[in-house]
Write a protein that binds this ligand. Structure first.
Ligand code: ATP
Ligand code: MG
Length: 736
């Protein structure tokens, strides 16, 4: 206590200290990426405790993810020198769930209420919709859930939905369905995810006693990533922070340039309105970026400068030592080469002593992880997919694989069980038991038992559905023999109604799932047979390296918000991938600007090294289509970028050619199997290789091996795993 400056404030700059030491009154910290916003918030938390202004449970701290909450808890513990208990620290939903348990009776629930998962929600909404005789082809139940979710995000209970706001969903029945859905939830003492916030806001609005209780409890409120709060979150915060006669000790940190969740209802306007909501608010700006090298920072700043209507912030490098390397932009041939180059770079960095935990591959969309996962698995590099499942573990991928397994092998009961009722075909538990019994009695697989049941006379919806399924398999088997596995696979998923199931799904995840399926179908092209593909998948999915802590992170750009890594790889910077096709189709400036902010978030995750990649070709099923480099690449300031691989000029020439890259809808153009576009093999053919006999090489499919013979552009290689093979030199990388 004799020190004038406590140790934890020592190394902070004056603005950061101001933001920490101004504990009373509303405060907004508006600052760019990597300026220490989160660090300030954490230190502020500790400062309030260490100066005796509040007890741990009197501070409400909101983070954007559970991971961020864990990290903040750890950092606070470290600053205080001991772990702290009883903190009100977490995501909006986690904090609301905890509050709601205490006051559930005000909204007709008991404290033991259950939180429904999406399957339960769907079942319930279907029940509610049934008597309305709504055309579910036009208005699928998932869509109704989406409408309800959006209302909840905006803080609208059924009573608050005005006729003008009633969705045209279900021919005007939406509001009534919503009301009934809420009634049914209460009847079973349950709520959905959106209710956690909605109910709490209702309680705080209607129960002055409860509100007063929290006003007394929370002396300080801290909010990270304020730019991404939606209306209901904003209402909740404002209710808790505004109390008559007292200053609102609310501190929010945010960056309008990193607002990337408007598609989920986030309102960047909340940050602009802060001064009106909290008169007398102090605004602190932080301008020194302590995360990234000067080069990375300048590149990111140049990019985001292309957005209009920004609040405008200065961002200066804060680490004098770190000029760093320019941002690398690498042109590659296709997405396989992209993955190979990244995995090769990761291996080299690792060999030079860089930890895997300090590297990340950040992509625009979840489906892009697949080639990277396969490369990393083949080379034995441990990785984790953050905020999501590994590609082959995703539900829709497992469903599709199950369909393909049954196609390859009708006796695969496990696979058949997975998909017999996906999409729903009315197979309940009793019907399944009967099926198992039949199969056992006659010593046939489940598919055989179904066929036998269908052979007997009968009628009914389930029977029709099963007939459709068995038909789909039969037709796909014919196609398989005639046209091959790529055509057969898609046809099967289409005929069995599986693709339609996701097209009808209006949940925000559904388009991503369709993208994943599209990527799976694309991967099929690499294999000569269906069996070959299924074997490959079985091999790459087994053998998790759970023990190893050091892993490279794969995640989406959205999931990377707030995080930092020494090395960041940013693949797929092509028009139609990033910016996404959807944002381009929408056409508005708004969605393009949000994509650009996402690019800015991606670049500013890097401390020392950032590599952007773009491919010349993307494969759309069996076809190769030209890809145009993302406009974001051209927007990067030249002085801070180094190009390698294909030059921009070459790329422009390619782009000027008539065939233009675009992701078609899942079924479009599929059957036009022969493309005039050159294939990988055309290009590499005939170029003599320089790889000598005796060289150790790496092949994208077969792994490591030693060259035993050379023939112009072909190599004979003795692979460690699979033995002697003749391969194209163009697919091989010399490693020593
Ligand atoms: P983002 O906008 O990406 O969420 P942020 O503003 O929250 O970034 P932080 O994550 O808090 O930034 O900080 C970025 C990095 O800079 C962290 O590694 C942090 O420890 C470091 N840092 C922050 N302030 C300082 C400082 N005064 N001196 C040295 N390093 C600092
Ligand atoms: Mg942060």
């Amino acid at each position: 206590p004799t020190r004038t400056t406590p140790e934890y404030l020592d190394r902070l700059n004056p603005e950061q200290r101001e933001a920490i030491e101004t504990t009373e009154g509303p405060l907004l910290i508006l600052a760019g990426a990597g300026t220490g916003k989160t660090r300030v918030l954490t230190t502020r938390f500790a400062h309030i405790l260490l100066t005796g202004r509040a007890r741990p449970f009197q501070i409400l701290a909101v983070t954007f993810t559970n991971k961020a909450a864990r990290e903040m808890r750890q950092r606070i513990g470290a600053l205080l020198g001991e772990p702290v208990e009883g903190l009100w620290l977490g995501t909006f939903h986690a904090l609301c769930a905890r509050m709601l348990r205490r006051h559930a009776e005000y909204v007709g629930l008991t404290s033991a209420f259950t939180i429904l998962d999406t399957d339960d929600q769907l079942r319930l909404i279907k029940q509610v919709m049934e008597p309305y005789r709504i055309d579910t082809k036009r208005w699928p139940p998932q869509g109704m859930l989406g409408v309800i979710q959006r209302w909840k995000d905006r803080g609208l209970t059924p009573e608050r939905v005005t006729p003008a706001e009633d969705s045209d969903f279900g021919g005007g029945a939406a509001r009534r369905i919503y009301e009934e859905y809420q009634t049914r939830l209460k009847a079973v003492n349950a709520c959905d995810f959106g209710d956690l916030m909605l109910h709490m806001v209702e309680i705080l609005r209607n129960q002055p006693d409860v509100l007063a209780q929290y006003h007394r409890l929370f002396r300080y409120i801290l909010v990270d990533e304020y730019q991404d709060t939606n209306t209901i979150q904003y209402l909740w915060l404002r209710l808790l922070a505004k109390r008559d006669g007292y200053p609102s000790n609310i501190a929010c940190v945010g960056d309008d340039d990193q607002s990337i969740y408007s598609w989920r209802g986030a309102e960047v306007e909340n940050i602009l309105r802060f001064e009106q909501d909290f008169p007398g608010a102090r605004i602190v700006r932080l301008e020194r970026n302590y995360r990234s090298t000067a080069q990375i920072l300048a590149a990111a700043a140049g990019l985001i400068a292309h957005n209009d209507g920004r609040l405008g912030k200065t961002l200066r490098p804060g680490r004098e030592d770190a000029e760093g390397e320019p941002v690398q932009v690498v042109g590659v041939w296709d997405s396989d080469e992209e993955a190979r180059i990244v995995a090769g770079a990761v291996e080299r960095l690792r060999a030079d002593g860089h930890g895997l935990a300090e590297m990340a591959i950040l992509m625009r969309a979840g489906f892009q992880t697949r080639p990277f996962e396969e490369q990393l698995m083949t080379r034995g590099i441990p990785y984790r997919v953050v905020g999501g499942l590994r590609f082959y573990e995703r539900a829709e991928i497992r469903d599709c694989l199950a369909y393909l397994r049954v196609l390859a092998q009708p006796a695969d009961d496990l696979a058949f069980e997975r998909i017999i009722n996906v999409p729903r075909r009315g197979m309940g538990t009793a019907a399944m038991q009967k099926l198992h019994l039949d199969a056992r009695q006659h010593g046939v697989p489940l598919t055989g038992a179904v066929a036998a049941q269908l052979g007997a006379p009968g009628k009914g919806k389930t029977r029709e559905a099963l007939l459709g399924l068995m038909d789909a398999f039969a037709r796909a088997r014919e196609t398989l023999a005639r046209e091959g596995h790529v055509v057969a696979a898609e046809q099967l998923l289409e005929d069995a109604g599986y693709l339609q199931m996701w097209r009808d799904d209006r949940s925000p995840e559904a388009p991503g799932r369709l993208d994943n399926i599209r990527e799976l179908l694309r991967a099929l092209v690499d294999f000569a047979t269906l069996e070959g593909f299924l074997e490959h998948v079985a091999l790459v999915t087994e053998g998790e390296d759970a023990a190893s802590e050091e892993k490279i992170s794969l995640m989406t750009l959205h999931g990377a918000k707030g995080l930092e890594f020494d090395t960041v790889f940013l693949p797929g910077w092509e028009e139609g991938v990033f910016p996404s096709q959807r944002s381009l189709d929408e056409g508005g400036l708004k969605s393009l600007e949000e994509e650009r902010r996402l690019a800015y978030v991606g670049l500013t995750r890097a401390r020392k090294r950032a590599t952007i990649l773009h491919a010349a070709r993307r494969r759309v099923y069996a076809n190769w289509q030209d890809a145009i480099p993302s406009r974001f690449i051209e927007e990067l300031p030249d002085a801070h970028v180094r190009h390698s691989g294909q030059s921009m000029q070459e790329r422009r020439q390619l782009a000027a050619q008539p065939s233009v890259f675009a992701f078609g809808p899942l079924t479009a153009g599929r059957r036009a199997a022969s493309s005039t576009a050159p294939r990988v093999t055309d290009v590499y053919q005939g170029t003599p290789t320089e790889i000598p006999v005796g060289a150790r090489v790496f092949h994208q499919k077969f792994g490591y091996g030693v060259v035993t013979g050379v023939d112009v552009d072909r190599l004979q290689v003795n692979f460690e795993q699979t033995g002697e093979k003749r391969v194209m030199a163009g697919f091989v990388e010399q490693v020593s």
